[in-house]
Each structure stands twice: as C-alpha cells, then as structure tokens.
Write a protein that binds this ligand. Structure first.
Ligand SMILES: NC(=O)c1ccc[n+]([C@@H]2O[C@H](COP(=O)([O-])OP(=O)(O)OC[C@H]3O[C@@H](n4cnc5c(N)ncnc54)[C@H](OP(=O)(O)O)[C@@H]3O)[C@@H](O)[C@H]2O)c1
Length: 237
C-alpha cells in the first residue's frame, strides 16, 4: 500500500488531502505539532484508521528532516507521495500595519515551511525511485489578487518555487504539481457554517492528481467548484 506524507495535515486543506489519500486506498503519515492537533485531525476525518501520526515542528528547518530521518531508520512507514499545505494567518491587515514579527511568522509558516517540506523530502523520493511518486502543494490565488496582503505575499513566493520544482522534476520519478486554489475551502463543519466549499468536496482534486500520470509539472487551476471534478491543468515548464 502506498503512503502519503501530509505536511499541514490538520488544516482545512491538509484534512482534504488526508481524505483523498484514504479514499484512494493509500495510508497517511500525518505530521502534526502535538497530540491536540492529532485529535483534531481524527475528529475531522472521523477515524484514525490508516493514519500514522508523527509530531514535528514543520516551521523549523529541521522538523520535516527529522521525520524523514525516522522513516529512513525504519521507525516510521516509507512514503511515496508528499502533500504540503502549511499556512499562516488569513487576514486583510493592511501593509503598513504588518509588524516585523507578523511578517516573519507568516513568511515562515506560509512559505518556508512548505519549502523545507520539499527540500527535505525530495531526495528521499528520488532515492526510492517509486515509479508513480508525486509531490503536491496547494497555493492560493491571493498571490495574484493580493486582497489579503499578508497571505498573498507568501503565495507570491510559492509560485516561482513551484515552477522551479516542476522543471527540476520534469523527468524524474516524482510528478510535482501545484494545486492553485481561488476560493475558500474549510473543514466540513466550518464550511457548512460559513457557506464555503468543504474539505471533503475539495478532496476530489487531490484524489485525481494522485491517480493521473498525465498531470505533471503543472498548475492545476481550481477557480470554480466545477474545476473540482473536471481537472483543468497546464504545464508550467
Ligand atoms: N483554505 C483555503 O481556502 C485555501 C485557499 C487557497 C490556498 N490555500 C493554501 O493552503 C494553505 C493552508 O491553508 P489552510 O486553510 O489549510 O490553513 P490552516 O487551516 O491554518 O492550516 C495550516 C496547517 O499548518 C499547520 N502548522 C502551522 N504551523 C505549524 C507548526 N509549527 N508545526 C506543525 N504544523 C503547523 C497547522 O497545524 P495546527 O492545526 O496544529 O495549527 C495546520 O495543519 C494556505 O496557506 C494556502 O497556501 C488555502
């Protein structure tokens, strides 16, 4: 059975990835920051069956590396796929009011943590040489719209990262893809309260990315709910 390492597993988008992995008969290695986060994920998914939890601080530049070290040592299950969606604040705070601490916190969680997740797992996936490995990240259209300046700046930094990773893996065993999301997705309970798309609905996007070898080095555009079932994607390199 294949395993998906999910970084940011307890968030709105991470829960969606966990659901997609489990539904497609894959198991999950979920990186969580503590037991409370693990419990939160179990509650959102409805069960912990098929999920192995590992605690790590993904905002630190040694967090994901430590997880990979444990996998290499046989203390955690091997994985063939990575999903990453670590996030910071989703706020409209104007530029002039963004403190240095808040800027750094958000660049760390919204950009660096996702970068560390890639940098410290890609070598492992290449070494394993599994023929259908994937590495997928969720970015937000805020990076173009900039209506929410703080998260927009983190997404803006992720765009060239995705392009470079797509190029670097054009011909490797790892299909790198960016899921570019242009509307709000929340865990099911919150989505119902706020009238937005649920993690369960959105999970069909990742399920398809996992199963479609033709989606490679691409931006998968999810700009309307109709894009969830019928993937729209374009090669970026
Ligand atoms: N939600 C959307 O509608 C949407 C739309 C477009 C793009 N996106 C993209 O998806 C990303 C995630 O969005 P989201 O709504 O899922 O955010 P979220 O609900 O705030 O989730 C963020 C995730 O990161 C984890 N995390 C943060 N700091 C951590 C740390 N130090 N150690 C371990 N885990 C840590 C959180 O863990 P805890 O649960 O423990 O806090 C959580 O799992 C965004 O930043 C953006 O790139 C989301």
């Amino acid at each position: 059975m294949e395993t998906v390492l999910v970084v940011g597993a307890t968030g709105n988008i991470g829960v969606s990835a966990v659901k997609a992995a489990l539904r497609s008969k894959r198991s999950v290695l979920a990186v969580v920051r503590n037991q409370a986060s693990a419990d939160k994920l179990t509650k959102h998914v409805g069960s912990s069956e098929g999920i192995t939890f590992v605690e790590a601080n993904v905002a630190s530049d040694s967090g994901v590396k430590g997880v990979v070290d444990k996998v290499r040592a046989g203390k955690l299950p091997a994985f063939q796929h990575v999903w990453s969606s670590v996030g910071g604040d989703y706020t409209t705070i104007p530029l002039a009011e963004i403190t240095t601490d808040r800027l750094r916190y958000n660049m760390n969680h919204g950009f660096e943590a996702n970068f560390f997740a890639y940098r410290d797992t890609i070598g492992y996936l290449l070494e394993q040489n599994h023929p259908s490995s994937t590495w997928t990240i969720c970015t937000g259209a805020q990076g173009d719209l900039a209506l929410f300046p703080l998260p927009a700046m983190t997404q803006g930094a992720l765009f060239p990262f995705c392009k470079a990773a797509g190029r670097e893996n054009l011909e490797t065993n790892v299909r790198f893809n960016e899921v570019y999301l242009a509307f709000r997705v929340e865990v099911d309970e919150a989505a119902a309260q706020h009238g937005v798309t649920s993690a369960t609905e959105f999970s069909y996007v990742y399920e398809q990315v996992l199963g479609r070898p033709d989606v490679r080095s691409s931006r998968v555009r999810v700009e309307g709910v109709e894009d969830i079932k019928e993937l729209r994607f374009e090669k970026r390199v």
